[in-house]
Ligand binder design. Structure first.
Ligand SMILES: Nc1ncnc2c1ncn2[C@@H]1O[C@H](COP(=O)(O)OP(=O)(O)O)[C@@H](O)[C@H]1O
Ligand SMILES: [Mg+2]
Length: 403
């Protein structure tokens, strides 16, 4: 048991409550105990990341894995706190660009935009470095045009609380607003400081600290997870952002919240770190397997397209688009291939005939086609959780077109 912060009385909604003010990283008194067990788990996670990097290096076109896996991460991270959109919804939206009722998909597109922007900053010498400014700029993009967007990109100036209808029955009350800026600066400093802890562990510590500070009125979970992905790549543990770690948090959401709490109330950084690095190991292994399976699937299917009697250059070019556009319609294909509707239609038909594409709407017009086998494999874990999907049962079925 160690103390990880202090309490300060603050007022929220006219009530006096005790806000938690975390001590700066790294854990102290005592320092994080990287005993044999934990060190072994860290080594396992590092090895799993190495194998994921290897899988990425073996495929001829890693970009489409990046494309797909970043989308998977974006969807799952958004789902943790209730976004009601699935990976299939995202691809359907990207195929049709219909905004009707697509508010939740917008949140996911924002995540993609924030991630793209932040990666570009960190990969360029003149870009914004890991800093509070980077957090704010990424937050601005993450929250664009959605609920609470007026405060996008700004540290909160009011007292918030987590869980419970009123501050007095909150699960916890993050630090008072006047301390948020300084606390985040401490996080920034820690991320630039020398520390003997392995970078995976440090990324995990950062995440807890970020969630404990809860610097924004909303979007703290998504941004805090985005920062993990960003750091792992920035620190060279990942050659590409292929680790959809949020799936681990989504699957173990109770543990996720419980262990965040355990750091605050019992100073149990070790339990959190175990959970975090085990998650990295599990998801890295899954991601490597998924990448290999998707690669095998597309290689097999490409051979089928090549062997088809009616095959054509257009059909092959269309096939090459499918990993990025696993849901398509004829107009979209024509635009992407810069060809006519009849040529696009013929290419689609060829891929339907060889069993690569399936029509999903059952209609004669405005039809949508899916690379079903690919989607089925990629979307594992991205379905809505059962109690939520009940009310939205129709929304996440794969064999379904326009809503
Ligand atoms: N008990 C807790 N202690 C610390 N952080 C928590 C706790 N419970 C939830 N969180 C974090 O708060 C996030 C939700 O905060 P919020 O600002 O609504 O983020 P988002 O809008 O991205 O979901 C969760 O995803 C989690 O990361
Ligand atoms: Mg929220």
């Amino acid at each position: 048991m160690r103390t990880t912060g202090r309490y300060e009385v603050t007022s929220a909604l006219g009530e006096n409550v005790r806000a938690f003010v975390p001590s700066a990283l790294p854990p102290q008194d005592p320092p994080l105990a990287l005993n044999d067990d934990l060190a072994e788990r860290v080594a396992k996670a590092e090895e799993a990341l190495r194998l994921l990097n290897l899988a990425a290096a073996m495929v001829p076109d890693v970009d489409w894995f990046v494309y797909a896996f970043v989308r998977k991460e974006a969807v799952v991270s958004s789902q943790i706190e209730g976004t009601q959109a699935t990976l299939v919804d995202l691809f359907a939206f990207e195929a049709e660009h219909t905004l009707g009722g697509a508010r939740d998909v917008e949140e996911i597109c924002n995540y993609l935009d924030a991630m793209r922007w932040a990666r570009r900053q960190l990969s360029s010498a003149k870009g914004v470095p890991i800093s509070v400014r980077l957090f704010n700029e990424a937050h601005k993009r993450l929250m664009k045009g959605v609920r609470g967007a007026d405060k996008a990109g700004e540290l909160r100036r009011t007292q918030n609380w987590i869980g419970g209808a009123r501050p007095s029955d909150a699960v916890f009350v993050p630090p008072p607003p006047h301390l948020v800026g300084a606390l985040l600066s401490d996080v920034e400093k820690y991320l630039h400081a020398d520390d003997t802890l392995p970078p995976i562990v440090r990324a995990g510590l950062m995440h807890v600290q970020f969630e404990t500070i809860h610097p924004y009125l909303d979007g703290n979970g998504r941004l805090g997870r985005l920062l993990v992905a960003l750091l792992l790549e920035h620190w060279g543990l990942l050659t590409h952002p292929l680790l959809y770690l949020s799936l681990h948090f989504k699957r173990n959401r109770e543990d996720y919240y419980r262990l965040l709490t355990a750091v605050r109330v019992r100073g149990d950084w070790e339990a959190w770190t175990r959970f975090f690095v085990d998650g990295v190991a599990t998801i890295a292994t899954e991601a490597a397997t998924t990448a290999k399976e998707l690669f095998a699937l597309t290689t097999r299917d490409q051979a089928r397209v090549l062997a088809a009697d009616a095959t054509s250059v257009s059909a092959l070019r269309l096939f090459a688009l499918l990993p990025r556009h696993p849901l398509i319609n004829v107009a979209g294909v024509a635009a992407l291939l810069q060809t006519t509707l009849p040529t696009a239609s013929k290419a689609v038909q060829t891929l339907v005939d060889v069993g690569v594409l399936q029509e999903t709407t059952g209609r004669k017009r405005d039809r949508t086609f899916a690379y079903t086998k690919y989607l089925e494999r990629l979307r594992v874990g991205t379905e809505l959780v059962p109690e939520r999907s009940a009310a939205h049962g129709k929304r996440h079925r794969l064999h379904q077109g326009r809503r």
